[in-house]
Ligand binder design. Sequence first.
Ligand SMILES: O=P(O)(O)OC[C@H]1O[C@](O)(CO)[C@@H](O)[C@@H]1O
Length: 396
Amino acid sequence: MPRETSDPVPTAPVIRSDVPGSFAWGVFHERHPKLVQQVLDALPYGPAQRAAVQRLLVESTTDVLEPLGEDAPDAAQWLEWGEDLWGKPWGEAPFLWAESYFYRRLLDAVGYFRPGAWHGVDPFAPFKNAELAGPAVDDELAALNELDGLPEARRAQALLSSALWGNRADLSFRITAGADGQTASDLVADDSTTFCAELERTRGGRVCVVADNAGRELLPDLVLIDHLLTCGLAAQVVLYVKPQPYYVSDATTADVLASVERLRTAPTRAAGTVGERLWQAMTNGALVVRTHPFFCAPLPFHDMPADLRTEFTGAAMTILKGDLNYRRLVGDRLHPPTTPFTETTGHFPTPVAALRTLKSDVIVGFDSETVARLDSSETAWRTNGHHAVIQVAARH
Ligand SMILES: O=P(O)(O)OC[C@H]1O[C@](O)(CO)[C@@H](O)[C@@H]1O
C-alpha cells in the first residue's frame, strides 16, 4: 500500500517469528500451544473442531501459509492482505501479520464463521466471563468509592493510572506470565502531564479510545471515559472495539455491554453510578461504540483505509490501549528505542496517546539513560509486562 503521508520511511527491521529463542518465536512455539489447550478445555468442541485446531498449531509452526477457504466471508480481503505471503513459511511473514492470521484461523477452526451451532460463539468467552465475575473485580470497583471527593486532577491521575495498568491484566499475557503479574512495576515513560494538558486545551472535543482487552482492562477504560464525559473534557467519546474475538481477550461490543452491566449492577455506589451514566451516555450518543474490519487486520495503522482515516480525522485525541495497538501504531519493528515517538506516529490522523504495558519487543520514545538502566537490569523488560508507558504525540 503506498504511503500517503510525508512521515519518514521506517528502515528498522520488521519483526518475524522465525528466530529461535526470540520473543516472537516463543509466542508461536510456547504460548499458542498453551492458549489452544485452554480454549479446548473451556468449551466442549467436537472432534472435527479439535482436529482443525491441532492442525492449525502444526501448520503455524512447521508449514506454509494457506489462505482461507473461498466460502469464508472475508476470504477476498485476506487474499489481498496476504498477496505476497501465501505459500511462504509462517515464520517468514511479519510477526504482526502471522499472529493476526493465527487468530483469524483459530476462529475458522472452531466454526465461528460457519453456519451451525458454534456460529458466533466467542471461543474466549469462558475466560472473559470468569474474569468479569471474579472477586478481584468487586474489590477494584469498590475502590472507586474512595475516589469520590478527590480534586479533579488527582481523580484524573488515578483513573489514568488504572486504565494504564489494567492493560497488564490481559489474559493472553497471563498464560505465560504466571500469577497476575503483580511484581514491581515501573512507569518508564510518562507523558501524563501532556496528556492532561492536551485534553484540557481541547476541552469539549471528540476523544477516540481504541480499546484493547475486555474484563479488567475495559472496566477502568470505561471509568476513564465516564470521567472525560462527566468533566466535559470530551463532549463525545467514540470507543472502538474489535468486530470479532481476537488476541484472546480483546474487547468486542458484547464485552462492552457486559462491562457496562457489571458496573451498573455493582454492589458499590460509585461503580453503580458510573454504570448508569455510561448507559445514559450510550443512549444519548455521548458515548458511541464503533468497530471496523481493519481492527482485526494484520497491518499497522499506517495502512488504515480511507474510510477509517476519515472517521478519526478531527478528533481532539485518540487514546490507544495496550501492546498490540502500540505495535500497530509505531510499526512492529526493532526500532532503536530512542527513536522519537512523534516520528513513528506522524501518520496517524489525530494526536495520539498510547497507554501500554510492555509485552513485546517494540519500543520507541525512550531516552538513552532509561534504555541503559533497563538493559543493565538483565530482565526481559521489553516483554515481561512489568513496565509501562504513557506516551503522547500532541500536534499544535
Ligand atoms: O493485550 P495487549 O496488551 O495488546 O497484548 C497483546 C500482546 O500479547 C501478545 O500476543 C503476546 O505477548 C503480543 O504479541 C501482543 O502484542
